[in-house]
Design a protein around this ligand. Structure first.
Ligand SMILES: O=C(O)CCC(=O)C(=O)O
Length: 323
């Protein structure tokens, strides 16, 4: 039954009209999009499909550390001094590497509390895995404890600083096993105008090694041009998202990695370690060599507050919880 439903939903997910309907029923969550369309002069109804093709043409601003003299700016920044010395050292690598590792950010007690909360939410059928069978989306909407964790200032202060703007948490994903996800940039899923105003944090909730499907990432790849719908043949048309648009995207990313020469690194982590990545850093999940191994982790994806947020792949505006 589940398989039949998945196939049915799979077809609906390809139809742009389904998203128009979804947008209509969730129109209250599109207030932010409406404000941002108006701010950036995008003359389009928020219910309709939207992609980079509809964004203003011409130069747009970029985050303060996405510029050639970012290293100097960082060193001279008063804001940097607010962080403790080890964090400052990690932050200085951001412009070059496109990621920052913060070891031991959450204590063992905090990690244990998050794990039991996720177990409880699953046991009580409050949350479930999405169509991938591996991801629990938006668990923080159902739990005060997780809501507090994803809004932890130790992470958000770093993100605010790196983007030079206040961020808001958009989504969380909890994993109990590895994602085995192909290398990608989050900007194909969660896109901003101007580009570069998404940022993510990955929290290890148990020891993570290459056996249990660690996070992999490609340092420096964030400086590649953003690969959006106009830079590869996604196979879609006015009415449908291309049948294999994502597979085609993954092929284009593989090509970019090969051409640019960006070797993969693995994030081996202890519970409570955090890796923060840039909107365009290529990353994914390593294949698990121990297939049944668990790999508990939580990802937080954030957008800067006052930018236009949408989903390039599925061509729809991001739905935001109003506060
Ligand atoms: O946790 C992983 O293996 C990958 C997560 C990821 O790619 C993401 O959340 O964007």
């Amino acid at each position: 039954m589940r398989k039949i439903l998945d196939r049915y939903y799979g077809k609906l997910r390809k139809l742009k009209a389904s998203y128009v309907l979804l947008n209509f029923f969730n129109r209250r969550k599109l207030e932010h999009a409406r404000r941002m369309y108006s701010k950036y002069g995008v003359k389009r109804n928020v219910l309709l499909p939207i992609s980079s093709a509809h964004m203003p043409k011409g130069p747009a601003e970029s985050p303060w550390l996405d510029v050639p003299d970012a290293q100097r700016r960082l060193m001279e920044s008063e804001g940097l001094k607010r962080f403790e010395a080890s964090v400052q050292q990690a932050l200085l690598r951001w412009p070059v590497d496109g990621y920052v590792v913060l070891r031991g950010l959450f204590t063992p007690d905090e990690v244990a509390a998050m794990n039991s909360e996720v177990d409880r939410l699953i046991r009580d059928n409050v949350v479930d895995f999405n169509f991938t069978g591996r991801k629990i989306m938006f668990a923080f909407h159902h739990s005060d404890l997780l809501r507090k964790a994803v809004h932890d200032r130790r992470i958000l202060d770093v993100m605010d600083f790196l983007l030079g703007r206040k961020v808001r948490v958009f989504q969380s994903i909890n994993f109990l096993t590895g994602s085995e996800q192909h290398a990608h940039s989050d900007s194909i899923h969660m896109t901003t105008y101007p580009l570069g105003y998404m940022i993510a944090a990955w929290i290890a909730l148990e020891p993570i090694t290459s056996e249990n499907g660690c996070l992999i990432y490609h340092p420096g790849s964030h400086r590649l041009p953003y690969l959006l719908n106009d830079s590869y043949d996604h196979g879609g048309n006015r009415f449908e998202i291309g049948d294999d648009a994502y597979a085609r995207y993954e092929g284009a990313i593989d090509q970019a990695i090969r051409t640019g020469g960006f070797p993969a690194q693995e994030f081996h982590a202890q519970p409570g370690d955090v890796l923060i990545w840039h909107a365009n850093l290529l990353h994914g999940g390593k294949k698990m060599t121990t297939p049944d191994a668990s790999r508990k982790s939580m990802v937080i994806h954030c957008f800067a507050e006052d930018v236009l947020c949408y989903h390039e792949l599925t061509q729809r505006p991001a739905m935001m919880e109003e506060r």
